[in-house]
Design a protein around this ligand. Structure first.
Ligand SMILES: NC(=O)c1ccc[n+]([C@@H]2O[C@H](COP(=O)([O-])OP(=O)(O)OC[C@H]3O[C@@H](n4cnc5c(N)ncnc54)[C@H](OP(=O)(O)O)[C@@H]3O)[C@@H](O)[C@H]2O)c1
Length: 354
């Protein structure tokens, strides 16, 4: 039966993920009412919009006048036990008399964290937990950061050579990695609320920082330019429906209508301000200087490092001036995945902070 639960949980994950931007800052959730005796899916419900019905309620509504007493509910996140915009799902599941509930991950929301599961168990419902837990956590990693820290999830993407260079000694950086890796980056852009880059990169490369995948939304842009060095005719300032947050301390000038100036003291301050403006996750695509500051200020959650089978020898490394003199002082990460992306390799890792 565990294999079947995993198959159904995978279906929940795939369907929940379609509504990332519509449900934020809520988690992405889908639920399935399943008949174990007949090996049949009765209904599926998805949380589709912030403030609207949760997945469990939609799955139950979709099943209409079904007898739930011998049915299993599969859901990727622990059912809520508190009153938010909608009444608690745990209460509804109990009221409908489900036999079993299969859950992917605990709700990291401090208002829930285990109390939904406890409520179900106390009502005599069999509860199975931890089904595809890692995949469920990956799906809602942004929500987990948001609800526990009130800060955006920050993912760094870098494209390096085999010897970890991000530009040649002559300043060239296009293109270090192959076409398939660059396509992959477009998918990453499609999954994030905003893309961040520094003035060095913007002035050197004049990138558009948009998502070129058909049908995907264009993420907002965050440009670090404390003194206002970048002219407004650069591509990142183009009006295309995205908000452009200009992290600057030079406010004494006129800004184009799509540019929102944000004064900031450091990255923590900047990200806290952006979080309050609905920037729930940030993809960082920047150069050595800003990347190093970001890591020193311990503001990154994860890194996607694309490594191309090229060696520059000299050139720009992707980090500098971190001043780690003792091994104990190293910034620590946990490797997550390694995969081949055509001719390149993608390594993903999460930062570990004490
Ligand atoms: N291969 C890759 O993945 C990749 C990706 C991106 C860029 N690149 C390459 O990297 C090169 C540019 O790198 P870079 O190091 O010159 O520039 P950069 O990191 O893009 O730009 C420097 C940024 O750091 C900011 N900064 C400096 N000190 C700061 C502090 N204490 N707090 C907050 N922000 C601070 C600067 O702000 P101010 O403007 O206010 O001074 C500026 O925005 C280019 O050649 C580009 O092609 C490669």
């Amino acid at each position: 039966m565990m294999k079947k639960y995993e198959e159904l949980m995978d279906l929940c994950i795939k369907n929940a993920a379609k509504y990332r931007f519509d449900v934020a800052p809520n988690p992405m959730v889908a639920a399935i009412v399943y008949d174990e005796n007949q090996d049949k899916i009765i209904s599926m419900g998805v949380h589709k919009k912030y403030g609207e019905n949760h997945a469990e309620r939609n799955a139950i509504l979709e099943a209409q006048d079904c007898d739930f007493s011998d049915k299993t509910l599969i859901v990727n996140l622990e059912p809520c036990s508190h009153h938010g915009n909608t009444p608690p799902c745990a209460d509804l599941i109990i009221e409908k008399g489900f036999k079993k509930v299969v859950i992917g991950m605990f709700d990291p929301n401090p208002k829930v964290s285990g109390s939904g599961i406890m409520k179900l168990k106390n009502a005599g419902i069999e509860v199975v937990t931890g089904v595809l837990e890692d995949e469920c956590k990956e799906l809602n990693k942004v929500f987990t950061k948001n609800i526990t820290k009130n800060m955006p999830y920050v993912l760094i993407k870098i494209a390096t050579t085999f010897d970890s260079k991000i530009a040649t000694a002559g300043g060239e950086s296009k293109w270090i990695t192959g076409e398939t890796s660059r396509e992959y980056v477009q998918c990453l852009r499609a999954q994030h609320f905003a893309i961040l880059s520094g003035s060095g990169t913007i002035l050197a490369d004049n990138p558009a920082l948009t998502c070129r995948l058909k049908g995907e939304r264009t993420p907002d842009r965050i440009i670090i330019d404390r003194n206002g060095k970048i002219p407004f005719d650069y591509q990142v300032f183009k009006e295309d429906g995205a908000r452009v947050f200009l992290a600057t301390n030079n406010l004494n000038r006129d800004f184009p209508p799509n540019v929102i100036p944000v004064e900031f003291a450091n990255f923590r301050d900047l990200f806290a301000k952006l979080y309050n403006k609905g920037v729930y996750s940030i993809l960082v695509e920047t150069g050595q200087t800003s990347l190093s500051v970001l890591i020193k200020q311990e503001m990154a959650d994860e890194i996607y490092k694309f490594v191309s089978p090229k060696i520059f020898g000299e050139g720009m490394s992707y980090l500098r001036n971190l001043y780690v003199f003792k091994i104990d002082e190293a910034y620590k990460l946990k490797f997550e995945h390694v995969q081949k992306v055509a001719e390149d390799i993608l390594i993903t890792a999460k930062f570990l902070y004490d």
